[in-house]
Design a protein around this ligand. Structure first.
Ligand code: HEC
Ligand code: HEC
Length: 330
């Protein structure tokens, strides 16, 4: 009896403690600014529609945490019903990338930030006006002062957004990492282990382009998705004007690829099964590709079992936990 009363008192005490924690959580902005880090400031900007013309679209409207910071449609919606012209990629694991966008037109994340803000079909706001808005926002003003010891400007807004994006690195929770690091030798199924062997084999050639910790060599390659008839995006060529670059796109990293459907710069494949069907015989999908990579010329003609194993392997690259996954789950 006495015991249970003491227990009751402890419970009461604990709930008071928890209550005080929740009030701390919803504290006023002064308190927040005292502890907020550069990454958290970038996070706030990333989820804030203030950076779009009519304040309806945030970075996170297209780069959705629920899909490893990609979108689930071929082309994302921007302001005024605008449609992006390429598929929205995941922006996890950007830290080691030497350039950004499918055509590599931005060299740094800081430089990249301005593009979606000013893009008429994305956020459609001049960067100058965006900076001004942040400056006029009392809460941001305070936060930037605290973190950068100066008012918000065109540089530090980009720094904050880049810092947040650089924090979105995979954390070793994918089944493949668990298995490779011998943390859990049962993390991969027999099919996934077979799929991995196919993926890294000389015959499949996947690894010739998708290698390194993030499964990309950060090169531009043409896998046959440009034919000048139905498939018109010239990719890297638009930047270099070098005919050798016709139809080349940045090789995307494959971490979390199981979460980022649809696939390719134009979102033309709805599932990983379709992607593997394509790699099995690209000519089934595009009859006369222009400037196709020599590695892709001979169809691989995978068996049904090999296709299944490859798809299962790709799912083993999905992190167990994705930051902010519970946010923006649409
Ligand atoms: C309307 C949808 C949309 C919005 C809003 C948007 N993006 Fe994107 N983002 C895209 C698309 C589409 C691409 C690919 C464009 C290309 O490659 O030409 C992209 C590419 C990127 C990339 C390059 C990824 C890579 O693999 O090279 C980064 C980084 C990025 N966005 C960050 C941001 C940030 C930061 C914001 C907010 C300031 C933002 N995006 C707002 C759709 C969007
Ligand atoms: C010659 C280089 C090359 C080879 C070989 C290659 N890939 Fe790719 N891969 C690319 C490029 C480039 C893209 C992006 C093309 C685009 O968006 O138009 C891509 C895209 C993908 C995607 C879609 C990613 C996304 O986010 O949209 C998957 C999945 C993929 N490759 C898996 C594989 C597998 C599995 C193999 C082996 C069977 C393979 N790749 C072989 C260069 C290559």
């Amino acid at each position: 009896m006495l015991h249970s009363m003491r227990f009751g008192l402890t419970l009461l005490f604990v709930s008071f403690f928890l209550l005080s924690l929740t009030t701390l959580d919803t504290n006023d902005m002064l308190d927040a600014s005292q502890t907020m880090t550069e990454v958290e400031l970038g996070q706030k900007l990333f989820f804030d529609p203030i950076l779009s013309l009519d304040s309806t679209i945030a970075c996170a409207s297209c780069h959705k945490p629920a899909f490893a910071f990609a979108d689930s449609v071929a082309f994302s919606h921007g302001v005024n019903d605008g449609l992006a012209t390429r598929n929205t990629p995941s922006i996890m694991n950007m830290y080691s990338r030497p350039y950004f966008f499918y055509d590599g037109r931005a060299a740094t994340l800081e430089e990249q930030v301005i593009v979606p803000i000013e893009n008429p079909v994305e956020m459609n706001l001049s960067y100058e006006v965006a900076v001004q808005r942040i400056q006029e926002n009392e809460e941001y003003h305070l936060l930037f002062q605290k973190i950068y010891e100066t008012q918000p400007d065109s540089n530090n807004i980009a720094y904050a957004l880049a810092a947040f994006q650089n924090s979105l690195e995979s954390n070793g929770s994918a089944p493949l990492d668990q298995w490779m690091n011998e943390i859990d030798l049962t993390a991969l199924t027999a099919s996934q282990i077979r799929g991995r062997e196919i993926f890294i084999s000389d015959e499949s050639k996947c690894f010739e382009c998708h290698f390194g910790p993030d499964f990309t060599g950060d090169e531009f390659k043409n896998i046959g998705l440009y034919d000048g008839i139905n498939l018109l995006d010239k990719g890297r060529f638009e930047i270099t004007r070098d005919s050798a670059d016709l139809g080349k796109f940045k090789v995307p990293g494959l971490r979390n690829v199981g979460l980022t459907a649809p696939y390719m710069h134009n979102g033309m494949f709805k599932t990983l099964e379709e992607v593997i069907d394509f790699y099995s015989d690209p000519y089934d999908f595009v009859k006369d590709p222009i400037n196709l990579d020599p590695l892709m010329v001979e169809p691989l003609n995978f068996t049904e079992q090999e296709k299944e194993d490859l798809v299962n392997f790709l799912h083993a690259l999905s992190d167990g936990d994705i930051p902010f996954r519970e946010v923006g789950d649409e």
